[in-house]
Design a protein around this ligand. Sequence first.
Ligand code: NI
Length: 154
Amino acid sequence: MAKMEIKLVDSPVLRQVAEPVTKVTKRTIKLLRDMEETMYAAEGIGLAAPQVGVSQRLIVVDIGEGPLHLINPEILSREGSQVDVEGCLSIPDVWGYVDRSERIVVSALDLHGKPTRIEANGLLARALQHEIDHLDGVLFIDKMLEMPPTESTE
Ligand code: NI
């Protein structure tokens, strides 16, 4: 595996709509593995291929339960909502509240090119929505709420 350079917020590739992967090849798998290593090295919980300069529909997510490598992920259904703080490896030192669906169902191909279906809620659902947004050229700052929620623990 090899660590890749993470593109920052001004990179045009982050604003492109990424291309679907038509064939899962060894290169696809190598790219997903390199993305995984890059994500861990940066201590992130998700990374999308455009963030390493590749405009293809590939994401890696790990919220602490092991890595998920998804090819052509698509959100099939959404339920509920959750507001919480997000950041992005491409936008250092910026954090903000984003309203996301609480539960989603995602279809994709896995690392072996096999169709898979993921039912996610909470943080995993949030991370998946954030990364899938990257594939459509959407960044969390586009959706950031102006005010934090009124509830506070301090
Ligand atoms: Ni991001």
